[in-house]
Write a protein that binds this ligand. Sequence first.
Ligand code: FNR
Length: 336
Amino acid sequence: MEDRRQRKDEHIENYLKSEIITNTLLEDIYIEHNALSDMNMEEIDTSIEFLGRRISMPLMVNAMTGGGEAGSDINEDLSSICEAVGIPMASGSEAIAIKDEESRDSFTLLKDKDIIKIGNLGSERSLEDFIFAKDLIDADIMQVHLNIAQELVMPEGDRDFRGLGENIRNLVEKLDTPIIVKETGSGISKSVASKLLDMGVEYIDVAGKGGTNFIEIEDLRDVETDFSEFYDWGIPTAKSIIDVRSVSEDVFIIASGGLRNATDIVKSIIIGADMAAMSGEVLRYLLHGGYEACEDFLKDLQYKIKIIMCLLGVKNIEELKKVDYKVVGRLKQLLD
Ligand code: FNR
């Protein structure tokens, strides 16, 4: 148990040490200024409906932690900030809490917050584990994470990935909350999205390449093996959003992986996402700047989304989704 808690804290430490910046390719999305925008800033509405509730903007704080020593404080701060800002929050993987009773409080504290709560477990976990994790935080929806790249560079990681699809299908059928299938920084391809849709999955978080780099984070824990040749592995976030949207008009897409500012969020929505999610950047503000800096960062994001909507001449998120865009550069080359 100690090892597992220590690993969680090391993830946070190594995230802050990580240096490699790869590319989301969102900069290859060009959106055009509207000099005759006839918007009134006061009337621009950034809110959306998610799981039957209004949230202040199309953003959630994505899965990070819980269990480790630092995890409890981080979850307490992030959940209070999400409540103040009016956005959902995902807990980090709850796997540790299944066996380690002492670690549970760092997750259950989410229950006291008036936010949409999102639970998190790996795609190899049983239905019973998912029911436990859902009840532990009263989750409105459960994330099922896919993290093959991370497992393969972790000395103690999984090596046998057979049966994940069947397990996801079983969760869709038997769990009484919906599930979000999410990557953890390597992106979702068209063919994986098609398979997930066939399994009945209705929410996909692309978690593409361009932000938090788990291959580097794991590599920093293990000095013996050098995995740096894989740091650039993965599907850039912008490509993953466009590809998943090309497979279905109806699937609810969460854009994540390297989103750092309001422009990234707005571009993600324009190219096909329904909502965006941030992990690393929010954690950086919290741990380097403190509680207020993190809350201000998120509140400013909402205002900056409004500024961009005004510059584009759109008054709500539904209109934002219809804004034209051009794909340039490398992203254009990569798209079919
Ligand atoms: C993560 N992420 C993650 N994802 C998940 O599904 N379960 C988890 O327990 C964790 N743990 C975790 C810890 C830390 C410290 C970080 C920074 C991230 C991955 C996260 O949810 C997200 O998919 C990726 O980080 C990509 O998004 P960003 O960080 O580039 O915005």
